[in-house]
Design a protein around this ligand. Structure first.
Ligand SMILES: [Zn+2]
Ligand SMILES: [Zn+2]
Length: 671
């Protein structure tokens, strides 16, 4: 059966160990330990798994009774530091909270390294860190005082909201806390929502600290990944900057976690292990007894409520650093100022752009929609192009000379057709609404002499392309930048003075629980790109709902006013953070089977006071990547044990293998 299991171990439990393997198994496995080997709890090991190898971590002696011939022997000890008891607790806690297999959390800790290649045999290409002169920024009195408040939190668990308007210098302030923690011999982790942001902040931090921080994100090569991982695990990396998965790295001596732009939706991982990196960072801070700093100009409603109830500390930076002032916000009422057909840039916005460009300044046009047009229809019969695998319209794309229709939810794509597939009419297909490419076309027509660039999340995979455009914009080599939400994420463009938001109402559609909060955060962040070096930033919001609380509070720079309205609403309707939510989504390729399974599950809902289960109902994306989806929404009081309720419920279910379950505790989006 298994050649590795000889010699046969006596099954008396003394040299049997329990190993959590780094994959989705329902429980740890028992392995035999060779007589000459010692493997304490937390030791990383390489074990046989089926016909393959896997990494695992030793949990302790196993008391399982297994026939001797079925026991496999571990291959080798991994040459890495033992995981601390706290780290093991963290893995198990996250697994329990997110209702995910603990082995999947371990896989994140291992950073996607595969046991197929023994890391012991890898030659380390690690270079000595190069030291550059440290460049200390000059801090204002407010910044100094904020930095000192953060430094005072070092040493123990606490969560502090670092709250300051865009451009107030939050980065410089939390850098002081990072420096202080490193001076105490501790490692620091800075989480960023977007991997493209790491490169811009990297050089700033490098000159501040005098050495290059370690970067951790999905774009690393396997060799870079292994070297970074080792340095972190051995405590040789004092400072790590990373996207959300960096939170699971096995720091030897972690002393501070900073979550920058803590409100950002990218911190929620929606695939695989479904977790919120900000919330898990707070839990890691608690388990490891270290401070967590949440930084944002537009904190999430959850963080605001925690701050108001004094669970979180609050450090504010009231003013923009230097002479810069907040931008002027103008609402353009599209019911008054009508747009001409197939045009989306209003005359008022055009005028502002024209003046800015004439002064040698820059303009940014923002629309949160990739592609040329979000919908294509036939003017002869009304046919609309829909993805065959998703409940979604196909999006027209024209970039790179390839005229095509794409689904934004799966990889379906086809050439742009000449004729309508329904009525066969030719040349009757019409693009409906603008995407970023169509907006760029309009901008080019209006400003033919200006230098244009597009920054969309299409190009997101191509880091160097994003970097090139961001650099060019920073240097003033672009006059008009047309961007999707990627431009909202913390870039620093000193010569940008006019921002036009083409469809400010876009995010308010759909009635999502967080629609108003998210729209405010997004538009505020977009607006914050302007006028960062001077006080002449102007932001134009094109809206058909100028009286909406989001627009009015944006105009009046009244973030807290809007937050108070939203907090009161959430409390009134028993919504998070005043209650708990979870979603349970069933999916499968056969519509009838999924519906049947959902109705079977509905019969098994446990009776428990305080719990309310809504559904099953088709998910808003009722068909996604060829899978039909039915959903339950579970609501409970804040103090209730949501996971226990879910486990009781699901333990009674006997689902067919064709049905996939997707549990989302504290869901952020409901698509
Ligand atoms: Zn037609
Ligand atoms: Zn699709």
């Amino acid at each position: 059966m298994n050649s590795d299991s000889s010699p046969v171990m006596p099954n008396n439990g003394t040299n049997l160990i329990e190993v959590l393997t780094a994959q989705a198994a329902p429980k740890p496995f028992t392995y035999a330990l060779p007589a000459n080997m010692d493997a304490p709890r937390g030791q990383l090991v390489e074990v046989p798994l089926g016909s393959k190898k896997s990494f695992g971590v030793v949990l302790g002696p196993s008391s399982e009774t297994i026939p001797a011939h079925k026991i496999k022997t571990i291959h080798a000890l991994v040459d890495a530091p033992t995981l601390s008891p706290v780290m093991l607790d963290f893995i198990l806690w996250v697994a329990d909270y997110c209702m995910a297999p603990a082995g999947n959390i371990l896989a994140m800790l291992l950073g996607g390294q595969s046991a197929q290649k023994n890391p012991k045999k890898e030659r380390s290409a690690k270079k000595e860190a190069e030291h550059a002169p440290v460049q200390k920024p000059v801090l204002s009195a407010e910044q100094l005082s904020a930095a000192n408040s953060l430094i005072a939190t070092l040493g123990n668990f606490s969560v502090t909201l670092l709250d300051g308007v865009t451009g107030s210098g939050k980065t410089e302030v939390f850098c002081e806390a990072i420096c202080a923690a490193m001076a105490q011999g501790k490692q620091c982790l800075l989480l960023l929502p977007e991997i493209s942001l790491t490169t811009q902040i990297f050089s700033r931090l490098e000159s501040r600290f005098g050495f290059a921080p370690i970067l951790w994100h999905s774009g690393l090569t396997p060799a870079q990944r292994r070297n970074a991982w080792k340095a972190i695990a051995h405590g040789k990396a004092p400072m790590v900057i990373g996207a959300r998965s960096a939170l699971f790295l096995p720091f030897k001596n972690l002393g501070l976690i900073v979550v920058d732009e803590e409100h950002d939706g990218s911190y929620k991982q929606e695939e695989g292990v479904i977790y919120h990196a900000r919330d898990m960072a707070v839990m890691r801070g608690k388990l490891e007894n270290l401070p967590v700093i949440l930084s944002s100009a537009t904190p999430s409603l959850e963080t605001m409520v925690n701050m108001q109830s004094k669970r979180y500390g609050h450090v504010t930076l009231p003013q923009r650093h230097g002479i810069a002032k907040p931008p002027h916000i103008h609402l353009i009422d599209l019911r008054q100022e009508k747009l001409t057909a197939k045009n989306w840039i209003s005359p008022t916005l055009q005028q502002a752009m024209r003046e800015a460009i004439a002064r040698g300044e820059q303009a940014l046009l923002f629309i949160n929609r990739r592609g040329y047009a979000p919908l294509t229809l036939c003017r002869a019969c009304g046919y609309r192009f829909q993805c065959p695998s998703c409940s979604s319209w196909l999006v027209e794309h024209r970039q790179d000379g390839k005229h095509r229709l794409n689904c934004h939810h799966c990889d379906y794509a086809c050439a742009y057709p000449r004729a309508c597939p329904s009525c066969k009419a030719e040349d009757k297909l019409a693009a409906c609404g603008p995407g970023i490419e169509r907006l760029a076309e309009e901008a080019k027509k209006l400003f033919p002499d200006a230098r244009h660039a597009i920054l969309a999340s299409d190009t997101q995979n191509n880091l160097s392309e994003v970097q090139r455009i961001v650099d060019a914009m920073g240097k003033g080599e672009i006059d008009i930048l047309i961007g999707t939400q990627i431009v909202a994420k913390g870039y620093h463009f000193p010569k940008l003075t006019v921002v036009g938001v083409i469809d400010a109402d876009l995010g308010l559609q759909g009635g999502d629980l967080r629609a108003a909060e998210r729209t405010f955060q997004l538009l505020y962040q977009v607006a914050g790109r302007s006028g960062r070096a001077d006080d002449n930033g102007h932001v134009y919001l094109q809206t058909t709902q100028p009286q909406h609380a989001v627009m009015q509070n944006l105009k009046n720079h009244n973030r807290d006013g809007l937050m108070n309205v939203l907090v009161a609403e959430r409390e009134k309707f028993s919504m998070p953070p005043f209650a708990r939510l979870a979603t349970l989504t069933l999916s499968g390729t056969n519509h009838a089977t999924v519906t049947q399974a959902a109705h079977m599950l509905a019969q098994l809902i446990p009776e428990q006071a305080g719990f309310r289960v809504l559904g099953p109902a088709p998910a808003p994306m009722a068909l996604l990547r060829g899978r039909h989806r039915q959903r339950f929404l579970i609501q409970s009081p804040k103090s209730a044990k949501m996971q226990a309720f879910m486990r009781t419920w699901l333990s009674k279910a006997n689902l067919s293998k064709n049905i996939r379950l997707h549990i989302d505790i504290d869901p952020q989006s409901f698509g």
